[in-house]
Design a protein around this ligand. Structure first.
Ligand code: GTB
Length: 213
């Protein structure tokens, strides 16, 4: 069955792997499933045709036969459930990997993205520097806990899984801000993810869209 995803026609980051279609692209590359991409503009995202498959008018979406999905966590989980290579077979190990998928999206990503968003939403408020101090501390605390948990391991729980895929991309979102850089094991973890051939193919595919525009 043909898989089609949606992605930004023009990504604000110039295709540097930060927009969330990267999660879906990387997952599909890891399991060796070919896919097509429908590029959508910011305007088209809010039109009925797209809203019919994404109730919040965002990218990415995932279509396969009669199935249409949104939410990258659910999409990556779907890919991992129906293809081998992204979740362990052992039931307990699988449950732990799924736990880490949720942790990436529900526990580690929020302080990172909220901090980033605050620059756009309230960055010109006089109290923003104080807020940023708090948000930096929240992000630092979370990364410190993650760093302790990862320790010297290559991946979050045994072999590479969908959880690592999500976590690496969540961490990439705060690269270069002087926070992630305090945790050498997390930087090495991100670099390990980026070194995977599937990551490189996904990254190149997203960048190719930006270069084409
Ligand atoms: N929870 C949803 C999911 O995981 O699928 C969130 C999806 C989402 O945030 N989509 C964004 C979107 O469609 C693109 S990825 N935004 C348009 C809109 O809401 O109108 C977020 C994103 C965008 C750009 C960068 N960047 O340029 O660095 C990084 C991340």
């Amino acid at each position: 069955m043909t898989i089609t995803i949606t992605a930004f026609e023009t990504s604000p980051d110039g295709g540097k792997g930060l927009a969330r279609d990267m999660r879906v692209r990387w997952a599909l590359e890891e399991v060796g499933r070919p896919y097509g991409v429908r590029l959508v503009s910011f305007k088209a995202m809010k039109q009925p045709a797209h809203m019919a498959i994404h109730p919040f008018g965002q990218i990415p979406t995932y279509e396969e036969g009669g199935l249409a999905l949104f939410e990258t966590g659910a999409i990556v989980f779907h890919i991992a459930q129906h293809n081998s290579g992204l979740l362990p077979d052992d039931a307990y190990a699988r449950a732990r990997a799924i736990t880490w998928m949720f942790a990436a999206l529900n526990t580690v990503e929020p302080p990172i993205v909220e901090r980033e968003q605050a620059h756009f939403t309230v960055g010109n408020m006089p109290w923003f520097p104080q807020l940023l101090d708090v948000m930096n501390e929240n992000a630092r605390t979370r990364l410190s806990q993650l760093s302790d948990s990862l320790g010297n391991n290559d991946w979050l729980d045994g072999t590479f899984s969908a959880a690592d895929l999500l976590m690496v991309l969540v961490l990439r979102r705060i690269e270069g801000e002087g926070i992630l850089e305090n945790f050498p094991n997390l930087c090495a973890y991100v670099a390990r993810g980026e070194a995977r051939p599937a990551y490189k193919r996904a990254y190149s595919a997203q960048l190719a869209v930006a270069n084409h525009n």
